[in-house]
Design a protein around this ligand. Structure first.
Ligand SMILES: [Zn+2]
Ligand SMILES: [Zn+2]
Length: 393
């Protein structure tokens, strides 16, 4: 009973201290005071994290998750505390390592090191194993005056002296996932060789940037990755799948091709592709027509034809040589042939109406086009229609 009283007292003290902060009128707060506030908030957040780690360890040691009906502490944190599962798993790992590293925990709880510094040290403890204990005090002393980035470097160098860098081939892997709007997420670990190969490929594809190229290095790497994949798919030497070279298959109806929302525009796996991307892809691609009956029964399949014939492509490349966007000099092999007036809108496929654009500027142009046409889009979302003949690109 007394224990319950103390717990509520401490927690409500924390809460009411916080309420004093959140209730404060900040209009007249000076920049210097705000700087102090931010440093103080980070310190307090770090102390709270340290305390959570301490209690989480104890909660597990006392079989708390089991008693509360959860298969694991991670599941408890995810459900009861609404923490994303991945982060919950890391919190549990941190709490367990912290319990085995008393000097790090003490420095963290005292605010001598930040939460980021503590995490870096604890990760090193996990990697280094038993040798960490003999170096723990020295390492904490070394990192106390450092910022988080220098801490990571210092700890990284120490790790190199005690752990023979093992090439963990089994850790290699790439995970991919897609969000509802079609944006994809890639995350993973590469072997040193694979990393070097990709790094050099990116370096070759991204350099040198045009002077007015607004893309960040991250964005340029993204575009390079896309170039790599699309050129691989279009390369004649690639292996065949089911008698055809692998490629991006998109199913859409004529309405979507014409830039009007409300129809069908998706990959053959059913992932939705946004309309400007669809129109950019359709600009320079192979198209085959599939006519569906009312029951989505296939009535007719047309022959696959390139929207840009090979001879015309050669002529456009000979004329333009590189991306025609002002200031961009990406070479023809990284470019699409773009129709100034889209063929889906009745534009002719001839040299006058076609020009080279790199993938980045090509998609950008179709996005701008979509933004300019926005007023012609139906304001009401129409239900997904079945029926009109989809076109497979
Ligand atoms: Zn285009
Ligand atoms: Zn370009």
């Amino acid at each position: 009973m007394i224990r319950t009283y103390v717990r509520y007292n401490v927690m409500s003290g924390l809460r009411s201290a916080l309420e004093e902060w959140t209730g404060e009128d900040l209009a007249d707060r000076s920049v210097d005071d705000l700087a102090e506030d931010l440093a103080e908030l980070e310190l307090v957040a770090g102390l709270i994290e340290a305390e959570r780690a301490r209690r989480l360890h104890l909660f597990r040691a006392k079989k708390g998750p089991d008693i509360h009906g959860y298969p694991s502490a991670t599941a408890f944190l995810a459900h009861r505390c609404r923490i994303a599962t991945g982060r919950a798993r890391r919190l549990v790992a941190t709490a367990e390592t912290a319990a085995a590293c008393p000097t790090v925990s003490r420095a963290w709880a005292a605010g001598d090191i930040s939460a980021d510094q503590a995490r870096r040290l604890l990760e090193a403890a996990e990697t280094a194993g038993e040798v960490f204990a003999s170096a723990e005090e020295t390492l904490v002393d070394i990192v106390i005056p450092l910022d988080a980035d220098d801490t990571a470097r210092a700890v990284g160098y120490w790790l190199h002296t005690v752990v023979e860098p093992r090439i963990e081939d089994s850790r290699r892997g790439v995970s991919m996932s897609q969000t509802f709007n079609g944006m994809g997420r890639i995350d993973g670990w590469l072997t040193p060789l694979a990393y070097q190969a990709l790094y050099i490929a990116f370096d070759t594809l991204t350099a040198p940037p045009a002077p007015d190229d607004p893309r960040t290095p991250r964005q340029r790497r993204h575009d390079a990755l896309e170039d790599l994949a699309r050129n691989y798919l279009e390369n004649t030497d690639t292996p065949t799948v089911g008698g055809e070279r692998p490629h991006i298959n998109i199913v859409c109806d004529l309405q979507a091709l014409a830039g009007v929302a409300g129809g069908r525009h998706e990959t053959e796996d059913g992932d939705i592709i946004d309309i400007p991307t669809l129109r950019a892809l359709a600009c320079d691609s192979a198209v085959s027509r599939i006519v569906l009956g009312s029951d989505t029964e296939i009535i007719d399949v047309g022959r696959r034809t390139r929207t840009i014939p090979a001879a015309l492509r050669r002529a456009v490349i000979a004329r333009d040589r590189h991306c025609t966007h002002p200031g961009c000099r990406r070479r023809a092999r990284w470019c699409d042939v773009h129709h100034d007036q889209h063929w889906a809108d009745g534009g002719p496929t001839n040299a006058e109406n076609c020009r080279l654009l790199c993938r980045y500027h090509h998609t950008l142009l179709h996005r701008r086009e979509a933004a300019a046409r926005q007023d012609t889009y139906p304001t009401q979302v129409t239900p997904l229609q079945r029926g009109p003949p989809p076109v497979v690109l």
